[in-house]
Write a protein that binds this ligand. Structure first.
Ligand code: UD1
Ligand code: CA
Length: 461
């Protein structure tokens, strides 16, 4: 394809129908602001530039898009309609040659192949404007496509301005267009806001172009799912379902088993290898999951890497962590950011790990908190072990060298280092470092008074 369009994303509107303080395009669909999905599409296409029109919550929107390098922002101060939004980029775009592809920040389900088709049509038909349309059973809320007797597009009528007869038209405008730049701005200078909403409609330029005998082409999309515009939270939920299905299908086709897929939510940036199983309630964001890993029900994994043969048992939460081959986590465990687990590590039920390294074969099987620690190879942390890492001001480090055995219900008051192969007796509060192969024991001496309990009860009868 030789067409190298400039891309313009309209994202300045408030999105009144969302009834939200958050700008509409920042509402999340599969863990990402909806505008990300539009920008992912834009960046996947051959393009000369990408521009975003911001306005309502402009700074927040700009901040949310900072990872898209090279995108430029134009501010639409007052939201006076989609035509006015496009005009905000006029000074830049008018200096450019060629064509502009206009995308809408709230139309997120378009497929790359469909847009390529639109651009191809635009090019082969030598059109001045090509617009995406589709047929909807219920077209309420969308602009309707008006065609003449020969079937050529002659304009678009917004829902608010349409007659009862026009409302019956089922072909709708998807809000996605390709324009020849010079003709677009020429037509934009000729429209008014004399309509029910008092807005400058981008859709009005179609009629202007047709009147001037410029070529306007309607590209009818067969799959109306793609053109869904997210105007309210009902549509948001619909769009999320569609995207979820697409993502899940992609992974299943790649050899991933999803049990109860309608309740599994995986974002578009997660990579999963073959023979992975994910159970119902799984929510996975920006992660990499290696082959033969199992993620049991109701677990959340985000910004993490799981190597192969990992087992995440039911109800666990994994955040910004790395998990080595054949390691087991959970049930009901929590890896907080910065946890790095080696090979065949075991993190058992109700264990919380934060910013800590577990070397190969280390274990914390039950009811523990391990923070800011380095746990050596094959260390066994007994039930109820706790690192006391925080003094209310600073965090301190615990180092437990390889082969240590830490008895149940022990605490380590950091900072300290336990030398390799040391033993800590159950119930010990460790306050000082110890050299390798030590026994560390700190317990109150036991007092036993035989028969005391019996006498005590009797005296209190
Ligand atoms: C628009 C179209 C309608 C089409 C529908 C498809 C117009 C006048 N109508 O209606 O024909 O069927 O999309 O989804 O274009 N925006 C701005 N600045 C503004 C107003 C809007 O940047 O002043 C942005 C919004 O943030 C949004 C996009 O433009 O991303 C579309 O605006 P929206 O208000 O959702 O238009 P619709 O009523 O859906
Ligand atoms: Ca819309």
């Amino acid at each position: 394809m030789s067409l190298l369009p400039h891309i313009l994303v309209l994202a300045a509107g408030k999105g009144k129908r969302m009834r939200s303080e958050l700008p509409k395009v920042l509402h999340e669909v599969l863990f990402q602001p909806m505008i990300h999905h539009v920008l992912d599409l834009a960046y996947s296409l051959p393009q000369a530039s990408v521009s975003i029109i911001v306005g309502h919550g402009g700074e927040e929107v700009q901040e949310a898009c900072r990872d898209y390098s090279g995108a430029q922002f134009f501010e639409q101060r007052e939201q006076r309609g989609t035509a006015d939004a496009v005009k905000s980029s006029q000074i830049f775009l008018q200096k450019q040659q060629g064509h502009v592809l206009i995308l809408s920040g709230d139309v997120i389900l378009l497929r790359k192949s469909s847009i390529e088709m639109l651009l191809k049509t635009h090019e082969t038909e030598k059109a001045v404007c090509s617009l995406v349309t589709t047929h909807l059973e219920n077209p309420t809320g969308y602009g309707r496509v008006l065609r003449d007797a020969k079937g050529s597009v002659r304009g678009i009528r917004e829902e608010a301005d349409s007659s009862s007869l026009e409302k019956k038209i089922t072909e709708i405008n998807a809000g996605i267009y390709c324009f020849e730049i010079a003709s677009l701005f020429d037509a934009l200078s000729k429209i008014s806001n004399q309509n029910r909403q008092g807005e400058f409609y981008l859709t009005d330029v179609i009629e202007v172009l047709v009147r001037e005998n410029k070529k306007v082409v309607g590209a009818v999309f067969a799959d109306s799912e793609e053109t869904l515009g997210i105007n309210d939270r009902v549509a948001l939920s619909q769009a999320e379902r569609v995207l979820q299905k697409r993502v899940n299908q992609f992974h299943m086709e790649n050899g991933v088993t999803l049990r109860g897929g309608e309740n599994i939510w995986i974002d578009t940036r997660t990579e999963i290898e073959a023979d992975v199983t994910i159970e119902t309630g799984g929510r996975i964001q920006r992660s990499k999951i290696g082959k033969k890993t199992v993620v049991e029900a109701n677990s959340r994994i985000q910004f993490s890497t799981l190597h192969s043969g990992v087992k995440i048992k039911q109800g666990s939460v994994i955040e910004e962590s790395v998990i080595g081959d054949k390691t087991t986590v959970g049930p009901y465990a929590h890896l907080r950011p910065g946890s790095v687990l080696g090979v065949e590590v075991k993190i058992g039920n109700f264990v919380e790990v934060k910013k800590s390294v577990f070397k190969d074969g280390a274990k914390a099987s039950h009811l523990s908190y391990i923070g800011d620690a380095e746990i050596g190879k094959a260390v066994n942390l007994g039930c109820g072990f706790i690192t006391c890492n925080y003094d209310g001001v600073n965090k301190h480090k615990t180092i437990i060298e390889e082969g240590c055995f830490i008895g149940s219900d022990s605490q380590i008051i950091a900072p300290l280092t336990l030398g390799a192969r040391s033993y800590v007796a159950s119930g010990t509060t460790v306050t000082k470092s110890a050299p390798p192969e030590s026994l560390v024991m700190a317990r109150v001496k036991q007092i036993t008074k035989p028969g005391y309990a019996k006498r005590f009860l009797k005296n209190n009868e």
